[in-house]
Design a protein around this ligand. Structure first.
Ligand SMILES: Cc1cc2nc3c(=O)[nH]c(=O)nc-3n(C[C@H](O)[C@H](O)[C@H](O)COP(=O)(O)OP(=O)(O)OC[C@H]3O[C@@H](n4cnc5c(N)ncnc54)[C@H](O)[C@@H]3O)c2cc1C
Length: 307
């Protein structure tokens, strides 16, 4: 089987999720080629164990992001077989466009993958998981932090192809994220606040705990929609980010189905809510029925004793 992985990059470097894509492909015992859009991260990709070949795809279109142009260029550069990308906003965009160009199926947000191309992915906003067996060429996006990353030790051949696409969107201005905090999509621990935090200033209590335990701070859509101080980049859920951390702490979040869609596969879920009937408690491993005003200082104190 031939697998082509579309490398994910961030700030001019290979994003760690790329190693997870290679790790997943390795379990399929396939010939694995990694495509690096714009050549970003090609040198590192060549050192990842399990990578057979690295292709730097260089072209004018890679100077800024345009899904149509990138997918046109990557489609031309990639061979046939199975294409794998990350289930990030960019990865989903590119992969669905390539699948449409090729007229082959795309399966988004895969959480399990095994030989024979048996895949599992969520449907109905995560209310159910679907097992599929795929025959023939297809495109998959894999959920971040779900597959073990491949290690170092590879020495893949590298080549460069000059390939661009038709850019139809001109980026006028890119506004950098104000926060230096780790992104929820990359975090292994997340503490999220909802409308129950009462005021955006109260997110400082979540930030303080996040600093203690190296967590990212997330939010519900109600928090993001209500307070402009809480940016959309923090939103977890169906119309926000899908996360898969080892620990997810939900504070003042009711647990609406659209929020659960983005975080229900977290390994451990802790919920702090003053309402014992809040739906979040149905999926929480540990539930604390309390106001956050009472619970967070105790949590902070206990965490302080551990350090
Ligand atoms: C198409 C669509 C897409 C959506 N996408 C998303 C999405 O991506 N992400 C998302 O989160 N939502 C999404 N929503 C919105 C979702 O339906 C809910 O409205 C939202 O998740 C509720 O946010 P919340 O739990 O913060 O607020 P609320 O539902 O208002 O809950 C606040 C909770 O805080 C508790 N509380 C109040 N005060 C305290 C206190 N002092 N201490 C402790 N607990 C307290 C309350 O008991 C309550 O349970 C979407 C909705 C639609 C229709």
């Amino acid at each position: 089987m031939d697998i082509t992985i579309i490398a994910e990059s961030r700030s001019g470097e290979l994003h760690p999720v790329t190693r997870q894509l290679v790790g997943a492909a390795t379990t399929l015992e396939a010939n694995t080629t990694v495509l690096c859009p714009g050549g970003v991260g090609a040198d590192e990709a060549a050192t990842i164990l399990g990578v057979g070949k690295v292709l730097s795809v260089t072209g004018d279109c890679f100077s800024s992001y345009d899904g149509g142009a990138w997918s046109e260029a990557l489609d031309a550069a990639a061979g046939s077989g199975v294409l794998i990308g990350a289930a990030t906003s960019k990865g989903r965009d590119i992969c669905s466009r390539i699948a449409a160009r090729r007229g082959i199926p795309v399966i988004q947000d895969v959480t399990a993958l095994s030989p024979g191309l048996n895949v599992t992915h969520p449907i109905y906003s995560g209310k159910a998981m679907q097992d599929l067996s795929v025959s023939g060429d297809c495109v998959l996006t894999l959920r971040a932090n779900t597959f073990p990353p491949a290690g170092d030790g590879g020495s893949a051949d590298t080549a460069t192809v000059q390939q661009s696409g038709d850019v139809r969107i001109a980026v006028q201005e890119a506004i950098a994220k104000a926060s230096e905090r780790i992104d929820v999509a990359d975090a292994d621990i997340i503490i999220s606040g909802g409308r129950g935090m009462g005021d955006p200033a109260n997110f400082s209590h979540l930030n303080a705990i996040a600093d203690q335990i190296g967590a990212a701070v997330g939010a519900s859509r109600a928090a993001v929609d209500t307070w402009e101080e809480i940016p959309h980049s923090m939103q977890v859920g169906q119309t926000g980010k899908t996360v898969n951390p080892s620990l997810y702490i939900a504070v003042g979040i009711s647990g609406a189905i659209q929020h659960l869609a983005g975080m229900r596969t977290s390994k451990y879920i802790v919920a702090i809510n003053k309402d014992p009937e809040a739906p979040i408690f149905k999926i929480a491993d540990y539930g604390i029925v309390s106001t956050w005003e009472e619970a967070l200082p105790i949590l902070a104190e206990e965490l302080g004793k551990l350090s």
